[in-house]
Ligand binder design. Structure first.
Ligand code: SAH
Ligand code: SF4
Length: 377
């Protein structure tokens, strides 16, 4: 892997300028070439306004992307596509494309693994791998845009809800958002980019000063510290009242409603008491609650609540004056919740089935042997 050519989007501007100068190309080629790579050109030959000899030299020196797709699974009658990528150095991450009638959304990863270690989350069960570089995050979106373009669709939304805690990898995440929203690149409005965090307060505060109008989602899951300390271990460092204050600070400076995520775990956080506490916590705030039915993860003690329990919880929140939606469980078939394709690959010994096999890894018959490796951040 280390012998690989560098990926174009990984190049520092000064280094690319130097390369261009060494190849007798004018400096303005940098923007051109990067725009092609960042908008999803599949080959160097697609770079129509770049002279043919320069295209060939570029191809000899660079890769268009550093990501190696190694598995793909389609679900929901082709509306959901999940791809597992190998990064340079060997870690893997996943990204999920979800097609709707009016939009196409990519669920993106910001880290290989996650150091937060929430006990219900497949990603948190693995030892933490590493942070992704900005270009590796961007490249997931570029690959999705290319896939969708082939279907006459446009990538319209990006949610940082794949693997990893974006605010533990803040600089690269913000850089990737700036790149994806650059009109010369994918041009996705920051408003259509959702940063989801387990609650890293200093970074939420920093985001307020970025003047980058992204949508902030906070993974709440519990409205009392005693329970949240268990479900989202980072809560021991950044407790609820401070978290809500920081998130509402962002709502105030950005004028944008914060989305509070609530993974529904039967008998754990779906009771009348939980609904009451959540109502008290968020009443009157510029907020929105998104209920996510738990996507079962083997080796965890949790279960998804019944439809009835979800309905009742939702009703109680609405009666308490909150804005509530229940997330579409799209992608459940494709294991679209955090880290699950990765988990099954790891369990199967990883490399048994290569990209291109019909249907990708057949997870159905794999048995659970994943050990819990969660830790505090
Ligand atoms: N680390 C960030 C972003 C990635 S997780 C965060 O926690 O916000 C994205 C969302 O998926 C979070 O709200 C997380 O709680 C949720 N999630 C994780 N595992 C899940 C599961 N098994 N079923 C449903 N949602 C899950
Ligand atoms: Fe990390 Fe988010 Fe999973 Fe928690 S839910 S372990 S923060 S990816």
């Amino acid at each position: 892997m280390s012998e690989e050519k560098p990926a174009l989007l990984a190049m520092a501007p000064a280094d690319l300028d130097q390369w261009l100068a060494a190849h007798d190309a004018p400096a303005y080629r940098r923007r051109q070439v990067l725009a092609w790579a960042a908008r999803g050109a599949a080959t160097f030959d697609e770079m129509r306004d770049v002279p043919r000899p320069l295209r060939a030299e570029l191809e000899a020196s660079f890769r268009l992307s550093s990501l190696q797709p190694i598995a793909r699974s389609d679900a929901d009658d082709g509306l959901t596509t999940k791809t597992l990528y190998e990064l340079d150095g060997g870690h893997t991450v996943e990204a999920v494309v979800m097609r709707y009638s009016e939009r196409s959304t990519l669920c993106i990863s910001s880290q290989a693994g996650c150091p937060v270690g929430c006990p219900f989350c497949a990603t948190g069960k693995f030892p933490f791998g590493r942070n992704l570089a900005a270009h590796e995050i961007e490249e997931q979106a570029v690959a999705a845009a290319r896939l969708l373009a082939g279907e006459g669709r446009r990538l319209s939304h990006v949610v940082f809800m794949g693997m990893g805690e974006p605010f533990v990898n803040y600089e690269a995440v913000i850089e990737s958002v700036r790149r994806m929203s650059d009109p010369e690149r994918l041009g996705i409005s920051p408003r259509r980019i959702v940063l989801s965090t387990s609650g890293v307060i200093p970074r939420i505060e920093q985001l307020s000063s970025e003047k980058l109008p992204v949508t902030l989602a906070v993974s709440l899951h519990a409205a009392r510290d005693e329970l949240r300390d268990v479900l989202v271990p980072i809560n021991r460092k950044y407790p609820l009242q401070n978290l809500i204050a920081a998130a509402q600070g962002y709502a105030k400076t950005s004028g944008r409603r914060v989305s509070y995520e609530w993974v529904m775990l039967a008998g754990v956080n779906d009771t009348a008491r939980d609904a009451r506490e959540l109502g008290v916590l968020l009443k009157g705030k510029l907020a929105h609650v998104n209920l996510i039915p738990f996507n079962p993860v083997d080796g965890t003690p949790y279960h998804a609540p019944s439809r009835d329990a979800i309905r009742q919880f939702r009703r109680q929140l609405i009666e308490g004056g909150l804005n509530v939606t229940v997330r579409d469980t799209r992608g459940r078939e494709a294991d679209a919740a955090c880290g699950q394709l990765h988990e099954r690959w790891a369990r199967a010994g990883g490399l048994g089935e290569r990209f291109g096999d019909p249907g990708g890894p057949d997870s159905g018959e794999l048995t659970s042997s994943a050990a819990s490796a969660s830790g505090d951040a």
